[in-house]
Design a protein around this ligand. Sequence first.
Ligand SMILES: [Zn+2]
Ligand SMILES: [Zn+2]
Length: 258
Amino acid sequence: MTYIRQAISASWRSYIQQAANSLARLILPPTCAVCKQAGDLLCSDCRSTLPRITVALCTRCGRSLASQADAYCQRCARQPLLLQQLRTPFFFEEPLSGIIHQLKYNGFFALAEPIAELMVDAWPEIVDNIDLLVPIPLHEKRQKKRGYNQAALLAHHLGQQWNLPVAENGLRRSRHTPPQVGLSLAERQRNVTGAFVVGDCSFDGQRVLLLDDVFTTGSTLTAATQTLLEAGAKFVWGYCAARAMRYQDRAELLTTIS
Ligand SMILES: [Zn+2]
Ligand SMILES: [Zn+2]
């Protein structure tokens, strides 16, 4: 009963917060989510301070390379991801991590638009290589509670910019999975294996781009890719706004930069 009461009250809080945000946006000029200056949801000064990943990366998974002459990182050379390519233009660090938190948890869904604009600029090769955009779905219960799926919002903005179709319900969660935060890699893989089923879309021969807000270990994207490939997709690429990195990987990357 306590759980149900908490869920209902969280859901109402989310709706009220979204309504208040929408109303504020109608009445007031937009303000930057980072510096609060009026004019833009994410001003150009703050866009330039986002933690952009600029070093040479593995052409497959987007991790940093031990040697700039290599095409693949050591992990992909050993055991490549199911995804044919993966890109993450930013680190999941402030101020972007705060912006994504506002997008996901504070009902500030309009922030999907500036984030998508940044993603469009960061990977122009998409347009000629992809037929269909597919957002990683939330479980029905979680989406009801939040009111929207942030990955689907990103997909719609990107689809508009690239003029590519979006299969919002192309994948569905077959079961509720606990949040991945705090789980080890093996636990994350177990948590999401078989968690996706095909929804209202045919993937036969399609070149698919999977979209999500944050990439951590790749367990979720890999499970979704497995389902898409079994459904006949020609290949699957992945694109996430930000990459959460373990301290060790971040240190390795900074060594590569210097
Ligand atoms: Zn700003
Ligand atoms: Zn790699």
